[in-house]
Design a protein around this ligand. Structure first.
Ligand code: NAP
Length: 531
């Protein structure tokens, strides 16, 4: 196998990788994207389960780096379904001629920093590359979590994971189906699977909050209005704490009266999806305010679900928004169907998977298909599952075993010239991902250009700045209710993972911070360290 030499290797051909390729190639760097799948799309390639769709409005979940692109593209629905997002990404790749520099079916096996040469040696399933910079555009929710259920290998039916869905059509007609997990992926797929399957068994460990999407065709007037002022509309993203336009509310729930709250919550329930949490400014800051929203949402479940026992089981008990809020199209309604059964894993734990199905409590459920909707090793899994070695052969997995530390979610000490897009310590999953990743792509590209123009060879973060930054990340989270439950935001969905809060809350202060760092010649980072 021949050794290729490049300026930049980008790992992953999703939203981030595609834009990085375009940006860096336009600046004159030699670049390749390494992609393990046989096609581009990242999240939107792998998560093609029935009902998969984005829960950020289409007009906001799209690139803003090219005005012609955002004017030309038309989304067909308020919230885009997975096939349309994949089509959009293919359109972008064709429009900017990106595919010729993407190596498909190539999995990165290892990445090692050669200290003598100050180069990264990347080994993929297709060959070896030597590169000055390596950018991990591997996504925050891309390493599927498959719990170690006893007997999983014994199952003789069709075994599926929502995060690794097959490209071929999966048809559940006349089948008995079991789904484990009730997070966003499951909540989106249950109503669709319930319509096909003979019977669907839903195995729930923790009931989740979900807001109706009230999805529908794109309103042409709204689309025209947004397109007439797209840059200004995008600016609203940057001014909102979560990077979502239209959520900038200042009223406090605790200061409103009961009738006012009822009307406001109802309006947001019916119209805002994820923006339900933006009904008042204090919902994620104050437990009392949060409980007002939580209790409203629980009452909605009881209004929708006819069987009172099932409704009670489906009513979440924790702080709303503390686990990632879900947005659905007919989730709770699906439990009114005769062919859907809810099983509470707290009273009937899964004992084992059998050749025919699964044993929960004393009962065996025989099924044709078993779906694991059990989520991801979020934010760090896609990085620690690759053998990445920095200075002195230090492995990233080892360095992060007691917690992931990163400066601004962009750079990691001991790992020079390695950047992460939307890494731990950045708003990432607590923001609208597309603008957030665009911000990182712009920052990383400008940094690499600046280094070229200023004859700097190696950039790296230090232990001190990342300690300080991750302390701030946690101090900010302490001001909110985000730490009050088990969630993948704090690693508690994966047993062996360090339990620490990883996203930075607050898009505007974060944007200000990284802009200032760049303006001050990458303050906090160290260049051309000699030992
Ligand atoms: P998730 O939110 O982590 O949900 C996983 C589910 O599996 C939870 O209900 C969890 O229960 C359950 N589970 C995990 N291990 C289990 C075990 N050993 N036994 C029983 N149950 C188990 O994963 P997800 O639904 O794939 O969603 C992940 C994230 O992806 C979302 O939060 C969202 O950010 C993103 N996503 C976005 C969209 C969108 O934009 N539309 C759609 C899908 C996903 P516990 O809660 O008890 O741990």
């Amino acid at each position: 196998m021949s050794l290729r030499k490049l300026d930049v290797v980008i790992v992953g051909a999703g939203f981030s990788g595609l834009f990085l390729l375009h940006k860096l190639r336009s600046s004159g760097f030699s670049v390749a994207v390494i992609e393990k799948a046989d096609q581009l799309g990242g999240t939107w390639h792998w998560n093609r389960y029935p009902g998969a769709r984005c829960d950020i409005p289409s007009l906001q979940y799209s690139y803003q780096f090219d005005e012609d692109l955002q004017q030309d593209w038309n989304w067909s629905e308020k919230y885009s379904a997975q096939p349309e997002i994949l089509e959009y990404l293919n359109h972008v790749a064709d429009r900017f001629d990106l595919k010729k520099d993407i190596e498909f079916n190539a999995e990165v096996i290892s990445a090692r920093f050669n200290e003598e040469k100050s180069l990264w040696e990347i080994k993929t399933s297709q060959g070896e590359i030597e590169t000055k910079f390596c950018v991990m555009a591997t996504g925050c929710l891309s390493a599927p979590n498959t719990p170690d259920f006893k007997g999983l290998d014994d199952f003789e039916g069709q075994l599926l994971h929502t995060g690794k869905w097959p490209q071929t059509q999966v048809d559940f007609t006349d089948e008995s189906v079991a789904i484990i997990g009730t997070g966003s992926s499951s909540i989106q797929s249950i109503p669709v699977i319930a319509e096909q399957a003979k019977h669907l068994y839903v195995f729930q460990r923790t009931a989740n909050y979900s807001i109706p999407s009230n999805n529908g065709p794109m309103d042409p007037e709204q689309e025209a209005e947004v397109k007439s002022r797209y840059p200004e509309f995008r600016k609203e993203n940057w001014e909102n704490g979560f990077g979502i336009a239209g959520m900038a509310i200042e009223e406090m729930a605790v200061e409103d009266d009961e009738q006012g709250r009822k009307e406001k919550f109802n309006h947001h329930w019916e119209n805002e999806g994820l923006g339900f949490l933006g009904a008042y400014a204090d919902l994620m800051l104050d437990k009392e305010a949060n409980e007002m929203a939580a209790s409203f949402a629980r009452n909605k479940v009881k209004e929708i679900v006819k069987d009172a026992e099932v409704a009670e089981l489906l009513s979440p008990k924790f702080t709303i928004g503390c686990k990632r809020l879900c947005v659905d199209s007919g989730y709770f309604e699906a439990f009114n169907r005769d062919n859907v059964t809810l099983i509470d894993l707290n009273t009937n734990p899964i004992n084992c998977i059998t050749s025919k199905g699964l044993m929960a409590g004393q009962e065996e459920y025989s099924v044709d298909s078993l779906i694991l909707a059990t989520g991801f090793d979020a934010m760090t899994g896609a990085l620690t599952r690759i053998d990445i070695r920095g200075r002195k052969g230090i492995s990233l997995k080892d360095q992060w075993k007691d917690g992931a530390k990163s400066y601004l979610g962009l750079g990691i000490s001991n790992f020079p010239n390695l950047f992460t897009v939307t890494g731990p310590g950045s708003p990432s999953v607590l923001s609208n991902m597309v603008p957030s990743l665009e911000l990182h792509v712009q920052w990383i590209s400008q940094c690499i250009e600046w280094m070229r123009d200023n004859n700097k060879k190696v950039i790296e973060s230090t232990k001190a700045v990342e300690e300080e930054w991750m302390t701030l990340v946690n101090e900010v989270a302490d001001l909110t209710v985000y730490k009050s439950c088990n969630s993948w935001y704090n690693g508690s969905n994966i047993d062996e993972k360090a339990k620490e809060f990883l996203p930075f809350i607050g898009v505007p202060p974060y944007t200000e911070k990284i802009t200032e760092v760049a303006e001050q010649n990458y303050q906090g980072f160290v260049f051309d360290k000699t030992n």
